[in-house]
Design a protein around this ligand. Structure first.
Ligand code: NDP
Length: 243
């Protein structure tokens, strides 16, 4: 079984991915930045279910945070073999009102982190001639979304990054893919009001928000041995929102 690292694994989609990978027998590092109690609860839940996990605090948008994270995981579990770049934030605003800080913060946590963590993970993966890198992008990065220029730019950046790195490392047994969720029930979408929800349901072929388990199952497939011939792809899991 493999060593997996899930950035932002303490809540929402990252939590479900951590639990799914642990359920598949992998040893999981659950990264978080602030929510220590939530991260500890994820680790305890995985342990109670017979799995193995650790929690590691680090801000993956900074070079120091990413470096410390990989050093801690390598020391406690070994080199990362499955990397899930999941950490993300929103700071929504119309462009004319968007501050440079809102732009920089979203780009750092959603895109710079993917560069930093993927780079840190690659060297041992190349040496081992096996690796899985899966980044969580968004339908916003494919279709765009008013009020989310910063977030959509970061998520579109993940797609270009994923396709490029898949070409750099494909011959080394490393696959690089992205999963693009539509609207999923988590803390991130909890503030969406009823009228907006109804509008989203109307635009979504299956007529509802998705669940975190529907995203973690897609990630689980891309992380599996059987997915070795799938690379450079964006798997859209959005109930038909983007079609
Ligand atoms: P949540 O807000 O529920 O959870 C975000 C997670 O990211 C938390 O674990 C949080 O840690 C972590 N995090 C935030 N900033 C950092 C940081 N600087 N360093 C490390 N970890 C950090 O988000 P979701 O589960 O909804 O989203 C997960 C991913 O899926 C994101 O990339 C998001 O953009 C993407 N996505 C979500 C959609 C949705 O509808 N929910 C739709 C499309 C994409 P802590 O708990 O410590 O704060």
């Amino acid at each position: 079984m493999r060593v997996a690292l899930v950035t932002g694994g303490s809540r929402g989609i990252g939590r479900a991915i951590s639990e799914h990978l642990a359920g598949a027998g992998h040893r999981v590092a659950v990264n978080y930045v602030r929510a220590k109690d939530e991260a500890d609860a994820v680790v305890a839940g995985i342990g109670a279910a017979g799995g193995e996990a650790i929690a590691v605090a680090a801000d993956v948008g900074t070079e120091a945070g990413a470096t410390e994270l990989f050093a801690a995981v390598e020391e406690r579990l070994g080199p990362v073999e499955i990397l899930v770049n999941n950490a993300g934030i929103v700071r929504d605003n119309l462009l004319l009102r968007m501050s440079p800080e809102e732009w920089d913060e979203v780009l750092a946590v959603n895109l710079r982190s993917v560069f930093l963590c993927t780079k840190a993970a690659l060297r041992p993966m190349v040496r081992a001639r096996w690796g899985r890198i899966i980044s969580i992008t968004s339908v916003s990065g494919i279709s765009g979304n008013a009020g989310q220029a910063n977030y959509a730019a970061a998520k579109a950046g993940i797609i270009g990054f994923t396709k490029s790195i898949s070409k750099e490392v494909g011959s080394r047994g490393i696959t690089v893919n992205a999963v693009a969720p539509g609207f999923i029930e988590t803390d991130m979408t909890a503030r969406i009001d009823e009228s907006m929800r109804e509008a989203v349901f109307g635009q979504t072929a299956v007529g509802r928000f998705g669940t975190v388990d529907e995203i973690s199952a897609a990630v689980g497939y891309l992380a599996s041995e059987q997915a070795g011939y799938v690379t450079g792809q964006v798997l859209v899991v959005d109930g038909g929102l983007a079609i």
